[in-house]
Design a protein around this ligand. Sequence first.
Ligand SMILES: Nc1ncnc2c1ncn2[C@@H]1O[C@H](COP(=O)(O)OP(=O)(O)O)[C@@H](O)[C@H]1O
Ligand SMILES: [Mg+2]
Length: 375
Amino acid sequence: MKKSGQKIARVDEKPVLELRGISKSFGQMNVVDDVSLDVWPGEFVSLLGPSGCGKTTTLRMIAGFIAPDEGRVILGGKDITEVPSYRRDVGMLFQSYALFPHMTVRGNVGFGPRMRRETSSVIADKVRWALSLVKLEGYEDRRPNELSGGQQQRVAIARVLAGGASMLLLDEAFSNLDAKLRGRMQEEVRELQLRLGIATVLVTHDQEEALAMSDRIVIMNGGKVEQIGTPKRVYSSPSSLFVADFMGRCNRIEGTLHHDDRAKAWYLDCGPSGKIKLETIPHPAAREGEQCQVFARPEHLSLTQSAKDHEGDGLRGRIERLVYLGSRSVAYVTLEGDVPFQVQLPNKPGLSDEFSVDGPVVVVPLPGAVTPLPK
Ligand SMILES: Nc1ncnc2c1ncn2[C@@H]1O[C@H](COP(=O)(O)OP(=O)(O)O)[C@@H](O)[C@H]1O
Ligand SMILES: [Mg+2]
């Protein structure tokens, strides 16, 4: 597999789901382009990317609503590429929950087993089991419009569980909830998912949602996978400028590599603004004088005032603007050489305002803050 991400499989474990180079075009447009992914038992994976990048189409190919033009979909070791959606053991949870409004909770949750003509006692057992998992015992006779949004979502999950799904698919499942409820539902679904140990794929365009809920994140752009990794990994070691930018605010600066033999360290010489120390070798074949670009997040930088004759590690500049945001402030700095940089300053209690607009400053990266970006 081309991009298997960071998850290391136990020898006795097999992926629940394998996407092997799946592609899909609509007309002239390659909407999904050679996407490969393994999802492991109990894993929560998010497909994250901007609107239109092919997330939903990928999910619909897993669910079987759309057939890939190329590639295979493997579920539990079996090739299900040609298997129709209603015969796949995957449970899709739609944004609107798609509950049947005229049916009770019991009717909704028992829908799958009923369609498969299971006996009424088996159906009743499955409904009881699924409702106990989502903690909705006692709600059997309610209709969807007599439930809160959160409860409706839990009924939808119970329906998927009672249907015997071996994995759960969620498409922007929290997007239409207000901020507070969204946070609570995300927590609740994650807690439930962990408790059940059910492998889950979530489609979302919301970085924070993906970071908060996932074991691994698949970042997509223009139908392609940009990077697969743990939330920490994709945030702190993005493999492209697109990922760095999409995952949060990021400062970028170019320079030439310089190896200081005495200090046994690599530096990035950024011209007029100064130089910054690189914690690690930018890439195995790095050489003196090579052009390189790095990125650093605003919250991984610090500011000092001693800009005059600054000779050490750091970038000289001037504060253009200071924005107070309560828990933190953001300093908009223009480095010498006209490079814009943002630095986040934590607002600690009792601290007086240390910096002022137009003041000369030095931006000093915190240890591990500077990450080389591939060209
Ligand atoms: N059935 C379809 N026919 C034609 N174009 C489609 C169809 N479904 C999706 N698309 C297009 O494919 C692109 C990706 O869509 P989608 O997978 O829904 O993106 P996302 O979920 O990442 O926002 C969009 O440009 C969309 O308009
Ligand atoms: Mg979508």
